[in-house]
Design a protein around this ligand. Structure first.
Ligand code: SF4
Length: 181
């Protein structure tokens, strides 16, 4: 059994896969307690893999995004194998404090001031709270490095920073702009 906060079908609003239709599986709970956390993830229901995979199988999208909370607390190789057997492309959004199954297709790491233990990262996505907070993450071994405004409030500041530090790319929370989940 795995504790699930919600499962919903929408478009990925952020980062490399922005605009991609995906089934989001939001797991309950997190090992961190960030002051700015606005994710209502603590509540949830226990679901069997059979119940979860039934919803996955019914979704027309190829992409499944494991998110939270912190999804790495809840998943294992067997879970990822089941998603692959249904033909899904499996992405995870993690804070990087726990290892994840190597078979996951795409790893998005959003570090939160705690050491990252991941050996492979496809994209780093950092919420921009100030220049001094961002630079330590530039050295993480990721293919893409994104900066994201903090709840759409400091977008111009982030744009200015990226223009001065073109190593970074901009990630917008487009789902908030178009008011979808
Ligand atoms: S790591 Fe993410 S989900 Fe966990 S407390 Fe921090 S912001 Fe919230």
């Amino acid at each position: 059994m795995r504790k699930i906060n919600e499962i919903f079908y929408s478009l990925q609003g952020e980062g490399f896969h922005t605009g991609t239709p995906a089934l989001f599986i939001r797991f309950s709970g997190c090992n961190l307690k960030c002051a700015f956390c606005d994710t209502p993830h603590e509540t949830g229901a226990w679901m069997s893999d059979k119940e979860i995979m039934q919803q996955v199988a019914e979704c027309p999208a190829r992409t499944v995004i494991l998110t939270g909370g912190e999804p790495s607390l809840w998943i294992d190789d067997a879970f990822i194998d089941q998603l692959h057997q249904l033909g899904k492309y499996v992405c995870i959004e993690t804070n990087g404090t726990h290892r994840v199954p190597a078979s996951i297709d795409w790893i998005t790491c959003s570090p939160k001031g705690v050491p990252v233990v991941l050996e492979r990262i496809d994209e780093v996505k950092v919420v921009f709270t100030g220049e001094e907070d961002v630079e330590p993450y530039a050295s993480l071994p990721a293919t893409y490095h994104y900066l994201q405004p903090c709840s759409c409030r400091n977008t111009q500041e982030v744009v200015d920073y990226i223009l001065r530090h073109p190593f970074w790319r901009l990630s917008l929370q487009t789902h908030k702009y178009i008011q979808i989940q």
